[in-house]
Design a protein around this ligand. Structure first.
Ligand code: ADP
Length: 446
């Protein structure tokens, strides 16, 4: 930026010098044009016209290079031979021009031959030293330099400001990443602005949000699971201590205690089975899905459940459409229906009624399980699918529940693209509704 305009203006000055100097030389050459021979006298006479050209020096030589006329007053070279390159070239018949810029001045030289009847009879040489234009150019150069320095300073200041802002944001982000890496999941990156870095900050924060939620639910799950496992273990411990520490314990009581120990152990194995099932669901490793006809599986579950229901004087009825096919596994469908009907029986009082319905509607297979039992308090409905969530802990435990049944059901259904919802019936009792996408593809049905 600095040198280009200077080079261009230097070049412009060179060109203008070439035209003015060459035209002055040709004026002089034409004023000598009528002479057949150049002598000191006739040249001095003819050159009076050229006196006012403002040039620094004018030389006229004869064909041999001897100087006949010199405008330089002190140290005049008249009578001497000149060997300036320009004069030598002019005497060989060439017009020459040279210009240079050095020591704060433009020095231009031009020479042309003087001809008489196509014969070279001498040469005119002019020399000009121009400091005015050079001064102009120099002040131009200084101004550009000053301007460049101001621009450079402004650019440096602006860049420093920008990079300071940028590094501050990146440091805030790095600090947040470090804090979260060290386990402070509640820490959030504070990156102001609306640029890309601020957006990375927002993305990072939402990622941390998810991480925090996952971490919290993992912790809750582990603590709930340990608590659930601790209760039957404590009961077993208490029962064994009682047997061991009571002297002369009668066989009937021992038998009763051992039976209790057995049922607590059974409970432990139910909880661990459920936990394993959930862990498998979390690990995303699914058994390959097959086309399952829901009705036969449902009938099989209901046949089994009827025996338990009869004991408690609970009736189970169903109505179903045939050919309700879904993509899942037989075990999964069995588990879902079993858990829902088991809950319906568990939370209905003696003389209760459980109604199961299986239909196809608008590309969906819908299963609903209704009972006329205690129902679910409205505020608990959104939470009953959470792990270990129980409305009435004592009642659930007494009924042999682990608090994991519905979360297993809900996770299994979601993995196969379906959904589950719960609601209370107007006349009392609860309804659970499951929806799966209907499988309409051909293929082997199990
Ligand atoms: P549990 O092993 O305790 O039955 P679930 O996950 O199967 O655990 O159910 C969670 C909670 O939802 C139960 O503790 C119970 O309070 C409530 N619940 C489930 N099904 C019913 C139902 N049919 N009627 C009333 N409450 C129910």
């Amino acid at each position: 930026m600095n040198t280009y305009p200077l080079l261009v203006s230097e070049d412009l000055v060179f060109r203008s010098k070439a035209t003015t100097l060459q035209s002055s030389v040709s004026v002089m050459v034409s004023s000598l044009g009528g002479l057949d021979k150049l002598t000191e006298d006739n040249v001095t006479q003819a050159m009076t016209v050229a006196e006012d050209t403002g040039l620094s020096r004018i030389l006229v030589t004869d064909a041999a290079g001897r100087i006949l006329y010199d405008t330089r007053e002190t140290d005049s070279a008249v009578g001497q031979y000149s060997f300036y390159t320009e004069i030598v070239q002019a005497l060989l018949g060439n017009d020459t021009f040279t210009c240079s810029y050095e020591n704060s001045a433009f020095r231009s030289r031009a020479a042309s031959p003087v001809l008489y009847q196509n014969r070279i009879i001498g040469a005119v040489y002019t020399y000009e030293r121009d400091t005015e234009q050079a001064e102009l150019l120099e002040s131009f150069q200084n101004n550009i330099m000053r301007l460049s320095l101001i621009i450079a300073a402004a650019v440096v200041a602006f860049s420093a400001l920008m990079s300071h802002g940028l590094t501050r944001k990146i440091s805030a982000l790095l600090e947040a990443i470090r804090q979260v890496r060290e386990g402070a999941y509640s820490h959030r990156a504070e990156v102001p602005g609306h640029d890309e870095i601020a957006r990375i900050g927002e993305e990072f924060n939402s990622l941390t949000d998810r991480l925090q939620k996952t971490e919290e639910s993992r912790r809750r799950f582990v603590s709930d699971a340990s608590h659930e496992l601790k209760t039957p273990l404590a009961a077993i411990r208490l029962l064994t201590d009682s047997i061991l520490q009571t002297d002369n314990i009668d066989p009937a009581t021992t038998r009763e205690f051992v039976q209790d120990i057995g049922s607590e152990a059974e409970r432990l194995s139910r909880i661990t089975e459920d936990l394993l099932r959930l862990t498998r669901l979390d690990s995303d490793v699914l058994e390959p899905a097959t086309i399952v006809d829901v009705l036969p599986v449902m009938q099989q579950v209901l046949r089994m459940m009827e025996l338990i229901a009869e004991e408690r004087d609970i009736s189970i009825t169903y109505e179903a459409t045939e050919d309700c096919r879904v993509l899942s596994t037989k075990d999964e469908i069995h588990q879902i229906i079993y858990n829902l009907v088991d809950n319906a029986v568990k939370y209905s009082g003696s003389g209760g009624r459980v109604e199961v319905q299986l239909i196809r509607d608008d590309g969906k297979v819908i299963l609903s399980v209704q009972d006329n039992g205690v129902g679910i308090p409205e505020e608990d409905i959104p939470r009953i699918f959470e792990r270990f969530y129980r409305v009435d802990k004592a009642r659930s435990r007494a009924a042999g529940g682990t608090g994991l049944g519905l979360s297993i059901v809900s996770d299994t259904i979601k993995k196969r693209g379906g959904s589950i919802s719960a609601a209370n019936r107007p006349g009392g009792g609860a309804t659970f509704t499951v929806q799966w996408p209907e499988c309409t593809e051909g293929g082997e049905t199990v």
